[in-house]
Structure formats: C-alpha cells, structure tokens
Design a binder for this molecule. Structure first.
Ligand SMILES: [Zn+2]
Length: 202
C-alpha cells in the first residue's frame, strides 16, 4: 500500500493495538498488529499511521488532513481508500432546490477501485424535510414508497411462511399503515392466510 500523500510504499514501523472498524462494531478487544508509516522524510503525514486494511489513525486530533491526495487519508491499494471515497468524498451530494420545508438533493452512489478512482456513479434524488417534530432535517420517504415497501415485505414473508405483523394501532393513523392493513386483510380473505406458520417473523 502506498502513502496517500506522497505515494511512497508504507513500511511497518511499530506493533500497536489499534481498534479497527470491525472491533468497534462487534465490541471486540483490539489486537496488537502492524502499524504502517511513510518512510519519506519530507512527507507531511508524520502524525498519521495506518493498519493493514488502510484504516488511518492520528497521534493528534488537530492533525491537518489537507496533505492527502484527493483529501482521502487512506493508502492507495486498500479497501479503506475505496470505502472512504464511496462514502465520504466531497461533492457526492449537492442541494438542487429548496421549497418550503423540503430540500431536494442529488446524491451519487459511487463504485470505486482500491486506489479511490470512481468506476461507476449512479445519481439518486433525496428529499429532506425540515420538521419541528424532528427538530431538524430528516429524510423524507413518501407514503406511496412505504406502502409498496410494506406490501413487498408481506409477500416476502408469506413466501417463507413467516408471520407478518399486521396490526392497526390506535395511535398510528398514517394512511399507508391503514392501507397496508386493509390490503393484507383483503388479500388473505381471497387467497387465504399463511399455512404452517413459522414461529419466526420477517
Ligand atoms: Zn508519504
């Protein structure tokens, strides 16, 4: 793997217990592993080191990240560089329009190689809504989309003989919830309920 600032081959200079993203998610204790640094004496990454997957660590929270090529702190030739570009790169999202409480945003879904080059990009439109109830912005998902999602979930569960919970709660009067309830009720009246119910729910 190559330094993300000067492209020199990184070398092992230490053995440290570094918490990886996997450790963080699964709650496992970080194991002692090789720590890589850049051997180039003129390189500006003196405060940084990397693990074998290219995840980066810094000796100081105030370390300047401007020295990295493409502002990507992960070494060339690693999965971390690919993921960093796919999820955190600048310019991936852009606000197109603001109307009333809504903000329309264009977002690119990238597919990158291990050097952080974009191989494919698919645009997607997100709609954000600013509500008092959420005290800020949250992603808006239309009722139609929720209804289609619930119907698909129901049929997926039905195919596997799983029980799909279909209840109408008095406190939840969202129209797509009600529509889903009556859709499933009507469907089961015509085609029958699930036979040999599995105890699992989908
Ligand atoms: Zn370097």
């Amino acid at each position: 793997m190559l330094c993300p600032s000067c492209k020199t081959v990184l070398i092992v200079t230490d053995r440290i217990a570094m918490e990886t993203m996997d450790d963080h998610i699964s709650g496992t204790i970080p194991q002692v592993d090789n720590a890589y640094t850049c051997p180039n004496p003129d390189c500006q990454t003196k405060n940084f080191f990397w693990n074998r997957d290219g995840e980066y660590y810094t000796k100081s929270y105030t370390s300047n990240k401007d020295c990295f090529i493409d502002k990507n702190p992960c070494p060339f030739g690693t999965i971390s560089r690919k993921l960093h570009k796919e999820f955190y790169s600048e310019g991936r999202t852009k606000t197109l329009l603001k109307i009333w409480k809504f903000r329309f945003e264009r977002e690119y879904h990238y597919d990158c190689d291990y050097d952080g080059n974009i191989l494919k990009k698919n645009p997607k439109i997100n709609v954000w809504i600013n509500t008092k109830r959420h005290n800020g912005e949250c992603l808006y998902i239309s009722g139609i989309r929720m209804l289609i999602f619930c119907m698909k979930q129901y049929h997926r569960s039905r195919k596997k003989n799983y029980v799909y919970e279909n209840k109408l709660e008095s406190y939840d009067k969202r129209w797509w919830k009600v529509a889903t309830y009556y859709y499933i009720k009507t469907f089961e009246k015509i085609f029958g309920g699930i036979k040999n119910k599995s105890p699992l729910t989908a």
